[in-house]
Each structure stands twice: as structure tokens, then as C-alpha cells.
Design a protein around this ligand. Structure first.
Ligand SMILES: Cc1cc2nc3c(=O)[nH]c(=O)nc-3n(C[C@H](O)[C@H](O)[C@H](O)COP(=O)(O)O)c2cc1C
Length: 216
């Protein structure tokens, strides 16, 4: 793709994101066009400022904005149920949990909603570094290892990591476009977190990612 076509494609993506309404997210798998979006920058402008940040303001993340971010991360963007991030053999094996002060939630991509799984505040347990518990939201990417593509356990783990990487980068770009702070993290006590979350044997924590407003 030449530079002119790339810029054009990037502009189209930004318009698509900007046209995705917060109001349309409640109960809608595919956000509608024409409603105000919450992430204003073009893709190229977002790429210019994409970064990891580890200092978060106390302010909570608005629910509509979190749903918009999750749609950007791994929402349904086509009528056949395919998603904003690719997955090997379209297995869609990555679940996104959101740890907040008011509990642990699971993202339901097909209904554009969050379902509460636990009432406990698990934020500090999603990582080994001190700042982790200060972020209003900690996303946890969990692979269904029975569903992921690949022949050997090692191949399946690599694939789960790759599929998670696409989702995490969508979150990075959404945050850059919306002026939010984020950092992806593998520094996790996986057995302790899995136990606290009540995960099944086939569910493997792959990555966590803080999201919030940057500390001024
Ligand atoms: C797979 C992966 C794991 C990471 N794990 C951690 C982590 O455990 N703790 C942390 O503070 N940052 C973590 N990071 C963030 C990196 O340190 C950061 O991306 C890197 O320093 C480059 O900075 P930048 O993202 O601002 O370009 C991780 C990033 C990736 C991609």
C-alpha cells in the first residue's frame, strides 16, 4: 500500500471508531454509525502518541467509555460475528475480564455488555508491581486453551499470545486516541490470580493491561 492509500485507510478507521456511539453499545453487538465516539484522534495521530504509562489518576473510567474501549479491543464488527482483532482460525479464544473497584466483570462482545462475575476488588492481584492496584481498570486476557488453534501445547500458547497481542494493541491505540493511560503487563502471579478469579483448568491468563486516566 502506498503512503496516500495508507493515510486514506487510517482516516476511514478513525471515522469508524469516531462514529461508534457510546449509547449504541448497550445491547448492540455492532455499534451504529452517526453517534458520537469517545476516541477522537485519527489512527496516525494516535500512533504518534502511543505509549505505556504507569501513573493513574484516582478518577474512575466512565462505563460508556470502557464499553467503547472493549469494543475497539475485541468487539463484534461484522454481522457474521467476527471481531475487531483477528484470531488464528477465527477461534476467538480470548476472553477479556475487567477488574474494577466494584468487582470482576467479563466482557460479553455479542451483547456489548459487562457481566459481573465477582464482587471483590482484584485490581492489585492482577500484577506484581505497586502501581497496578491504582488503575481504575485492569483488563485480564484469558485464553480458552481447549479452543485455541495449534497442535502442541507450546504452539497453542504461542497462538494465544499472538491473538492477545492484537487485542492489546487495539487497547493501546484506543487509549492513545482517547487520551487514556495504559500499560500491558506479563508481570503477573498467574496461579494466584487464576485462583482469585475462579478460573477453570482450561483457562490460561495470558496478559493484563491497566487502563485509566493519566495522572496529571
Ligand atoms: C508482552 C509485554 C509484557 C509487558 N509486561 C510489562 C510488565 O509486566 N510491567 C510493566 O510495567 N510493563 C510491561 N510492559 C510494557 C513495556 O515495558 C513497554 O511496552 C516498553 O518499555 C516500551 O515502552 P512503550 O510501550 O511506552 O513504547 C510489557 C509490554 C509487553 C508488550
Amino acid at each position: 500500500m502506498d503512503r496516500r492509500k495508507f493515510i486514506c485507510a487510517a482516516g476511514t478507521l478513525a471515522v469508524g471508531l469516531a462514529g461508534m456511539g457510546a449509547a449504541s453499545l448497550a445491547g448492540a453487538a455492532t455499534p451504529g454509525e452517526g453517534a458520537p465516539g469517545l476516541a477522537g484522534k485519527t489512527l496516525v495521530a494516535a500512533l504518534r502518541v502511543r505509549k505505556s504509562e504507569r501513573a493513574y489518576a484516582d478518577a474512575p473510567l466512565d462505563e460508556a467509555q470502557l464499553l467503547e474501549l472493549l469494543w475497539a479491543a475485541f468487539g463484534v464488527n461484522r454481522s457474521d460475528g467476527r471481531r475487531t482483532a483477528p484470531s488464528a482460525l477465527n477461534r476467538q479464544e480470548i476472553a477479556i475480564y475487567a477488574a474494577r473497584k466494584d468487582g470482576l466483570f467479563l466482557y460479553d462482545a455479542h451483547n456489548g455488555a459487562l457481566t459481573r462475575k465477582l464482587k471483590a476488588d482484584l485490581r492489585a492481584k492482577t500484577g506484581v508491581q505497586g502501581y497496578v492496584g491504582t488503575a481504575p481498570v485492569n483488563l485480564i486476557y484469558v485464553a480458552d486453551m481447549d479452543r485455541v488453534a495449534g497442535g502442541t501445547p507450546e504452539a497453542r500458547l504461542v497462538t494465544a499470545g499472538l491473538d492477545t497481542g492484537f487485542i492489546s494493541q487495539n487497547v493501546y491505540l484506543y487509549c492513545a486516541a482517547a487520551g487514556l493511560a495504559t500499560v500491558a503487563r506479563t508481570g503477573i502471579e498467574i496461579p494466584a490470580l487464576s485462583k482469585a478469579m475462579g478460573l477453570a483448568a482450561n483457562q490460561r491468563v495470558i496478559l493484563a493491561q491497566c487502563v485509566g486516566h493519566p495522572k496529571a
